[in-house]
Design a protein around this ligand. Structure first.
Ligand code: GLY
Length: 350
């Protein structure tokens, strides 16, 4: 078991990583929630049926179910959660335990942020994306039809338990797609593809959690460096918004991030920010994780560009996190025609 400390000045907490760490919940509740009375687990019906799901064995624990995946990130789910918290008479001294993937911890975390203006939440992320990114750092949100995560709040958890045993039961596609976020962290850390062969899954999770904890501790509210965690996400979020309206099962978040990383490095190359070796290293990293670079044919380039312009980081222009001689930077106002050209070439090459 390894603990990574998120050293925020106001509410520091630990991310505990390792097999079976979900069983630390009892000890963490005792240690972190002085005098808590009720513990409410928010999860999905599907996760509750898994053999590892044993966080509800205590008679005092109530379980609330929300739909799986992005379907949970709606005002309807948020209202339903808050109504159920109120019916259980939860007070600010009680604790929500969110057991699920990134979408579930996003909506449960947001409900915890706004119910009674904020009650404690502990995340037990059940997907690779959740363990290396979504559950850490306090970003919580629901979606609007016009964009992902457009309504939300910063609300730090009191603890995060990343149990690698849970990952063993992940469906192949879910496990596979999680590597999109891991690839992002590997590239942000400027690691070579050749070093991947000697890295275990635990090493990759630890590298990603360490990166996230370090960045969140220096820039909790994303006024600077934290935005770099959105590397690959301008295109990824655009594709996800289009997929949500078309077929929510078309793309997993990590798959979209993989496509977005391959595009972002080509855009950086077209802008003269990086050479071909950097592009080749990205391609090798993405290939190692078996991430496809294929932009779904269902979406037109003009719809994708329009969706990229609506990204909440965009400030009404096309904004990307891009590598360059000074490392990674947020680059605003990227020329529209250039983005179209690079995107079309990227699509045609596949
Ligand atoms: N997922 C990016 C962040 O937490 O800032």
């Amino acid at each position: 078991m390894v603990k990574v400390h998120v050293s925020l000045s106001t509410k520091p907490y630990d991310v505990t990583i390792g097999p079976g760490v979900r069983h630390e919940l009892g000890a963490i509740l005792e240690a972190t929630s002085v005098g808590y009375q009720s513990c409410v687990v928010v999860t999905s019906k599907e996760l509750r049926a898994q053999s590892w799901f044993d966080v509800d064995h205590d008679d005092d624990v109530t379980v609330i179910e929300v739909p799986e995946g992005e379907r949970a990130k709606t005002f309807g789910s948020l209202a339903s959660l808050c109504e159920q918290f109120a019916a259980l008479q939860l007070s600010r001294r009680d604790v929500i335990v969110a057991v699920g993937g990134g979408a579930l911890t996003d909506v449960a975390g947001f409900a915890a942020a706004v119910y009674l203006r904020g009650i404690s939440v502990i995340h037990i992320p059940t997907t690779l994306v959740g363990q290396v990114d979504a559950a850490i750092g306090g970003k919580t949100a629901i979606n609007l039809p016009s964009g992902k995560n457009l309504v939300g709040a910063f609300h730090q958890p009191v603890a995060v338990l990343c149990d690698s045993e849970i990952l063993e039961s992940l469906p192949d596609r879910e496990r596979q797609s999680g590597f999109g976020e891991v690839a992002k962290c590997w590239l942000l850390e400027d690691r070579r593809a050749s070093a991947l062969a000697s890295a275990s899954l635990d090493d990759l999770i630890l590298l990603s959690v360490n990166l996230k904890a370090r960045i969140v501790a220096t820039d909790e509210f994303e006024s600077g460096e934290r935005a770099l965690l959105n590397y690959g996400h301008t295109l990824a979020h655009a594709l996800e918004v289009l997929a949500l309206a078309h077929d929510p099962d078309l793309l997993r978040h990590g798959e979209a991030v993989g496509i977005g990383l391959g595009f972002a490095v080509r855009l950086a190359h077209a802008l003269g920010r990086v050479d071909e070796l950097v592009v080749a290293n990205h391609d090798e990293v993405l290939a190692f994780f078996k991430l496809s670079l294929e932009v779904p044919k269902e979406f037109s380039t003009s719809d994708i560009i329009a969706a990229m312009g609506h990204d909440k980081k965009a400030h009404h222009d096309l904004t990307f996190v891009l590598p360059g001689v000074n490392g990674f930077e947020v680059v605003r106002g990227v020329n529209h025609e250039l983005v179209v050209r690079v995107l079309e070439e990227y699509r045609e090459a596949r």
